[in-house]
Write a protein that binds this ligand. Structure first.
Ligand code: ADP
Ligand code: MG
Length: 338
């Protein structure tokens, strides 16, 4: 068979398979874009667990009319001017919007500060139309309808509306902890609402308690440690404050929520001698590290990271938490006691 170049639409659909797994991944990409645009208020509306509708409205910088076509074009990004070693934004791959536009009906409506009017671009099955004038006073509204209508095989793998909706809520909760001074409002179809009011950025515990539970602060120890320029901050739940699953473990690398195996396993290790094996600690950990010493470009969804020195990171986490427990008299200095 002859070798043929794939069409752009197919290339985007293939990329979409990695970036967009389910409605929650769309929510993650759109909310991250709003945060990268400096939004202070973000509203998320969903219908059918995000399958039929997912709309993210922000008050961020907006996109200029002449840049709207670029925003939905593959490999176009405003965020990578410093190179891969200096990533300070949540996004940088320029893949999310084109990927979403290749498997759903996407519209992006936006107005930059000072512009006379707003503009809107629409993409369906990879084909875009616009920009055309639209009504919006500021910021950006991204609307995604009928996710995966263009790839029915994918549709079949989605869970119930309820389960997909819960996954979206979880994404909002994880990002909300990282951005306490941003107001998040998530509205579901059945009038269920999750609202995180903006708090003073220095009072991150208030936001953490809004997400994790208001008894968390009273049942956690503050962590602050540093090793060879890597900083660890946050709160480690008391050994008595455990859960039946690991969902309440919130881990951030340079402000990016991750589900990193190394960090989660280090967390487990830190509690190994003070918690039953089938119980899970509650923790919120912020790791601050030179961007050149961590690769966030391991997977398109960016949930995994790779550290140049994994041993250092593991040692920092295990050491800091154990030391905090010991200092609080919660743990004998020898192992085995609890
Ligand atoms: P990336 O975030 O990796 O750059 P995306 O496909 O998610 O790629 O977005 C492409 C570009 O569109 C961004 O680089 C940004 O310039 C612009 N953009 C997307 N969403 C927003 C938004 N909510 N507000 C302002 N600009 C946005
Ligand atoms: Mg993005």
């Amino acid at each position: 068979m002859a070798i043929a170049q794939l069409s752009d639409a197919l290339i985007d659909q293939i990329a979409a398979g990695e970036v967009v797994e389910r409605p929650a991944s769309v929510a993650k990409e759109l909310i991250e874009n709003a945060l990268d645009a400096g939004a202070r208020r973000i509203e998320i509306a969903t219908a059918a667990g995000g399958k039929s509708l997912l709309r993210v409205t922000d008050d961020g910088s907006g996109i200029a009319a002449d840049e709207l076509p670029l925003a939905v074009r593959r490999h176009c990004t405003s965020k990578l001017s410093g190179g891969l070693d200096a990533i300070e934004t949540l996004g940088f791959r320029g893949e999310a919007l084109p990927s979403i536009g290749s498997v759903a009906r996407l519209t992006v409506k936006s107005r930059v500060a000072g512009a006379a009017e707003a503009f809107e671009i629409a993409v369906d099955g990879g084909r875009s139309s616009g920009p055309r004038p639209a009504a919006l006073s500021r910021g950006t509204v991204v609307e995604v309808r009928d996710l995966f209508h263009a790839v029915p095989a994918r549709l079949k793998f989605l869970k119930s509306d309820r389960a997909e909706g819960a996954a979206i809520t979880e994404i909002v909760r994880r990002l909300a902890i990282a951005f306490p001074d941003v107001r998040f409002e998530l509205a579901g179809p059945d009038r269920t609402q999750t609202v995180f009011e903006a708090v003073d950025g220095r009072d991150s515990l208030r936001r953490i308690e809004a997400v994790v539970g208001k008894d968390f602060g009273a049942n956690a120890i503050a962590i602050a440690a540093e090793r060879e320029g890597v900083q660890l901050d946050g709160f480690a739940g008391l050994p008595t404050f455990h859960r039946g699953n690991a969902l309440a473990q919130y881990v951030y690398v340079n402000g990016r929520p991750v589900r990193d195996r190394l960090i989660l396993s280090a967390l487990r290790g830190a509690y190994a001698d003070v918690m039953a094996r089938d119980r899970h600690p509650v923790a919120v950990l912020f790791l601050t590290i030179d961007p050149a010493l961590v690769d966030v470009n391991v997977h398109p969804a960016k949930a995994d990271v790779r550290f140049r020195d994994p041993g250092l990171v593991r040692g920092l986490i295990v050491g800091a938490i154990r030391q905090a427990f010991t200092a609080a008299g919660l743990r004998a200095t020898t192992t085995g006691a609890s």
